[in-house]
Design a protein around this ligand. Structure first.
Ligand code: RUQ
Ligand code: CUA
Ligand code: CA
Length: 639
């Protein structure tokens, strides 16, 4: 508590006195677990808040039974390692998409198909069973989401997963070589050169922790380096990497495809947190995408032991001449967090974190610098204005306003970007702060409906509050997060609702529901192993290796029993031949660690050893029919 008292709410304290957070306050920042005093009590309950565009007294977040949400939200699950799908404005959680960690409901990590996506060791067991998903973004076309893919990262094991948005399933996972603490991701929005490619073909990935390259037990941290990686959106292979000075944190991309950028909080290249805060300024590091690809094509790269990926040199030293530079290090205040692209395509905004400021960088000027037309790189900064304490992430409404989370102030600040630029130029009458809203509590991530697209619509804002404290019924020591929904359709922000979510979501995106076209029944052809006719069922033996082929049609499996011998290595393939929406079956084998589901026309397989003599009732775990309980088959394992 004490550290928080040193910093009064922005409304009370003269913000100028806190130009930079003093070192005593930093103790609180480092813990980032500062708690506020009593919650702001004068809070209108959500039900009485005016609805977006609705009659007053309505609550847009309350949908009547049978009503559908108008937006999808894709939420990263944090260290649950999954992706969540929310409906908005209701805030209802509709789905969880397993990717980095096993999931008991669908059998992710149990079926051979999911294990292949997740990656296995030589003995067939999973390579990893933990994950930490932070950032999620979707593929673009013409500056808006095109409903093909979403991507999500795993910070622990440096993996990027792709989610197919036709079936809302993960279909590929790639592990980045020589990267630790893989944090931000962002797809490009078009190709920088080829006119015809007006859609996403690359995903950029920021490596946050620096390590020895290649990784050895070197103790001298001054030798550690970070890489910025580019993954091919289709093949999911790593195309190239850039070795940089400092580190990468979060990523943004420009609408013209020419630029990507990361915020850097550790330009000091410190190994201890004190070292990482020693400089007054860090950087927003820009990448010239077309030049990097040209350098790779021209063979101007090295490789790092253990990987064949081309690595180009993006260090300060190698990029002093703007006309050939691959990178540009733009100086921004102390330990920035978040870099976000405004929907008008003009600016990247870096939030200050340890500085109470937001920095606005004009992209046309960055391109000018790369052409040699701008004398000083610093002049790409068109505003650096005070916002409040602990600014982290920024969202946009498409009407020229930005919304930045203030972690320490427990607020969202709405500010006008063009007014901030005027103010920075010297027009001190330009009022750039439009509104402030208390949120509950300590917000990290923020996003608005369609925010980082050209179709930003300024309707809803979701705020990822890291602490929920007293906002929900107590359930013991572990609190849910509080995803708050805010109406931003008017001048003032209006808090609409609290939504508890299981820990620990980070970033999320919100988009109009008609941008995706989900399919609710598979086609048999999606699966090479599909058993298209129940007559193909049977037990097929090849020495100790046995294949069991089975189909399901409510309320029965195609074989009522099947026989195995103790010690058989069994691969069981199950195709669900039911083709009706919502008719999913499960398949569980007692005492064999097998349980998975098959959705309509889906095929899945499992491999296990029949190591116990006996009768095992394999049963359907997913309620499917009035005779669901009767839906079983006997596995008889003989000596
Ligand atoms: S970023 S620490 Cu991944 Cu703000 Cu959540
Ligand atoms: Cu099939 Cu329950
Ligand atoms: Ca720093």
């Amino acid at each position: 508590m004490s550290q928080d008292k040193q910093v009064k709410p922005a409304a009370e304290a003269g913000i100028g006195r806190r130009r930079f957070i003093n070192s005593a306050a930093l103790v609180g920042v480092a813990g980032l677990a500062a708690c506020t005093d009593k919650p702001t009590s004068a809070f209108a309950p959500a039900a009485s808040a005016p609805a977006a565009g609705g009659k007053s007294g309505d609550n847009a977040t309350h949908l009547k039974p049978g009503e559908l949400d108008t937006y999808y939200g894709l939420w990263s699950g944090g260290h649950t390692g999954d992706m969540r799908v929310l409906g908005l404005p209701s805030g209802r959680e509709i789905h969880r998409i397993p990717c980095f960690v096993p999931d008991a409901l669908v059998g992710w990590g149990i079926t051979n198909e999911s294990k292949k996506v997740m990656g296995t060791k030589a003995d067939g067991s999973l390579r990893y069973t933990v994950g930490d998903s932070h950032h999620t973004h979707a593929s673009y076309k013409d500056g808006n989401y095109d409903g093909r893919y979403a991507w999500i990262n795993d910070k622990i094991n440096s993996r990027i997963a792709r989610i197919r948005l036709d079936y809302f399933v993960c279909d590929k996972i790639t592990e980045l070589p020589n990267v630790q603490g893989f944090h931000g991701i962002f797809p490009d929005k078009r190709d920088p050169v080829d006119e015809k490619i007006n859609y996403t073909t690359r995903v950029f990935c920021g490596g946050e922790f620096s390590i020895p390259l290649p990784n050895t037990a070197t103790e001298d941290a001054s030798k550690y380096r970070s890489l910025f990686s580019c993954v091919d959106a289709e093949s999911m292979e790593v195309r190239w990497q850039v070795q940089i000075d400092g580190n990468c944190d979060l990523v943004a991309t420009s609408y013209d495809g020419k630029l990507a950028a990361v915020n850097q909080y550790n330009t000091e290249m410190g190994a201890k947190y004190e070292d990482m805060m020693s400089a007054e300024r860090d950087a927003c590091l820009f990448f010239n995408v077309a030049r990097i690809e040209a350098a790779v094509k021209a063979g101007k790269f090295k490789t790092i032991a253990g990987s064949k990926v081309p690595v180009v040199d993006g260090t300060h030293e190698a990029n002093k001449d703007p006309k050939t530079a691959l990178t540009a290090y733009v100086s921004v205040p102390k330990n920035p967090h978040g870099v976000n692209a405004s929907p008008d395509g003009k600016y990247f905004i870096c939030a200050g974190k340890l500085s109470p400021t937001g920095t606005v960088i004009e992209l046309a000027k960055v391109l000018d610098w790369f052409e040699g037309k701008l004398e000083k790189l610093d002049s790409v900064i068109v505003a650096e204005v005070e916002l409040g304490l602990g600014p982290l992430h920024t969202a946009f409404d498409g009407r020229g306003n930005a919304y930045t989370t203030l972690f320490l102030d427990s607020q969202v600040v709405k500010w006008n970007v063009e007014a901030a630029i005027k103010f920075h130029k010297g027009d001190k009458s330009a009022k750039y702060v439009v509104d402030r809203l208390d949120v509950h509590y300590q917000p990290g991530h923020i996003n608005a409906s369609q925010s980082e697209t050209k179709a930003a619509d300024g309707k809803y804002l979701a705020v990822g509050c890291k602490f929920s404290k007293d906002r929900f019924l107590p359930v013991g020591p572990l609190h849910p997060e509080n995803e708050q929904l805010v109406d931003i359709s008017g001048e003032k922000m209006v808090l609409l609702a609290d939504h508890p979510v299981r820990g620990e979501p980070h970033d999320f995106i919100i988009f109009k529901r008609d941008l995706v076209r989900p399919k609710q029944v598979y086609t048999l052809d999606e699966f090479p192993l599909a058993i298209k006719d129940p007559k193909e069922s049977g037990v097929f033996r090849n020495g100790r290796k046995v294949t069991v082929k089975l189909t399901s049609q409510a309320p029965a499996f195609s074989m009522r029993e099947f026989k195995l011998k103790k010690g058989d290595e069994v691969t069981l393939i199950l195709t669900n031949l039911d083709k009706i929406e919502d008719l999913t079956h499960g398949f569980a084998i007692p005492n064999h660690n097998v349980n998975f589901i098959v959705n309509p026309l889906e095929t899945a397989s499992v491999t296990f050893v029949a190591d116990k003599v006996g009768v095992f009732w394999c049963y359907c775990t997913h309620f499917c029919h009035a005779l669901h309980l009767e839906m079983r088959t006997r596995m008889i394992v003989e000596a």
